[in-house]
Design a protein around this ligand. Structure first.
Ligand SMILES: Nc1ncnc2c1ncn2[C@@H]1O[C@H](COP(=O)(O)OP(=O)(O)OP(=O)(O)O)[C@@H](O)[C@H]1O
Length: 304
């Protein structure tokens, strides 16, 4: 449904997007991940027609950008964009009008979207009196008022507490089940892991890796990861190297990549003679892959 093909963009002499290509199908949640300054917001701005690409093409359902293709996209930007002093319903009706809906359609869509995001009972509440989580859901409702086929959610859960985050996640799942395509940016890798069917990781405007979580696991040739806490890290690392285990530091955690499934007892036997305070086995997480890819430890080019 959405195809982004070899997009390039520079601000002055600084090129921030380099031949960026990806595609999103109906009902798919696609996570566009990358460190600060990677180019995610620039890409979103191009998608939404806010800025022009220097080169490359964005198509929706095979069509080049036009007023009609733009109406197929809804955007909930990082910062809430509703009018604080209007009620939820007034905001929705106003945004509906901006998208060219007539009065009747505005009314109908306002009610439908408020119900979809679980805010029907707050229709007459002034927007700024809503909790942070409700305000994010109102922003999402505004992005949906014109029934877009693709919704862009730019860091939809930043700053939300866990309950509010769950509500937004539920809403994203609901939209996806209704066949809406979703482009999600987030710095919360657990969020992307839970919600996204496919993930693209970009850095400095280059797509470094793309695929489902299972496909991305190829970046870490391990069955599992063992996080080990030891007062003598050097000894443990030396032993791991002898045994042929790769190792990484994730923050303060020392992690060994286990090339095959191993019982805890067997792992402990590997480190016999070395004091181990604690040990934890875990599957390869998106976080591990993301670190690997964005720190260029292992590099696998993505074919555009
Ligand atoms: N209007 C602008 N003029 C000049 N440079 C810009 C402009 N907007 C963004 N940039 C630069 O382009 C690069 C990409 O920025 P962008 O905001 O797209 O990254 P991002 O991945 O969205 O970052 P974040 O995760 O922090 O939101 C950065 O180096 C940024 O400083």
């Amino acid at each position: 449904m959405l195809e982004v093909r070899k997009i390039c963009k520079s601000y002055g002499k600084k090129q921030v997007l380099h031949d960026l290509s990806f595609a999103i199908q109906s009902g798919e949640v696609y996570g566009l991940l990358g460190p600060n300054g990677a180019g995610k917001t620039t890409m979103i701005s191009i998608l939404c027609g806010l800025i022009a690409a220097d080169r490359g093409l964005v198509t929706m359902n095979g069509q080049k950008p036009s007023v009609s293709t733009r109406s197929l996209i809804g955007v909930a930007p990082q910062d809430n964009i509703f009018y604080k002093s209007l009620t939820c319903e007034e905001n929705l009706r106003f945004f509906g009008q901006l998208y060219g809906l007539n009065n009747q359609a505005c009314q109908k869509q306002a009610h439908y979207c408020l119900e979809l995001v679980g805010l029907s009972d707050r229709a007459q509440s002034i927007a700024e009196t809503l909790s942070g989580g409700m305000q994010r859901r109102l922003s999402m409702a505004l992005a949906l008022v014109h029934q877009p086929q693709l919704v862009v959610l730019d860091e939809p859960t930043t700053g939300l507490d866990i309950e509010a985050r769950y509500e937004v996640w539920e809403l994203i799942r609901k939209l996806s089940s209704q066949d809406t395509a979703i482009l999600l940016t987030t710095h919360m890798l657990e969020e992307a892991e839970r919600l996204c069917q496919r993930i693209g990781i970009i850095k400095k405007g280059n797509l470094l890796a793309e695929g489902s979580l299972d496909e991305l696991r190829k970046y870490i040739p391990a069955q599992e990861i063992a996080i080990i806490c030891t007062p003598t890290e050097n000894l443990a690392i030396a032993r791991a190297i002898e045994l042929g285990f790769d190792y990484r530091h994730y923050g303060r955690d020392l992690a060994f990549w286990l090339p095959r499934a191993m019982e805890l007892k067997e792992i402990l036997e590997c480190f016999e003679g070395i004091k181990i305070d604690s040990i934890m086995r875990q599957p390869v997480r998106l976080e591990n892959i993301y670190v690997e890819v964005t720190q260029n430890i292992t590099s696998f080019p993505v074919n555009n």
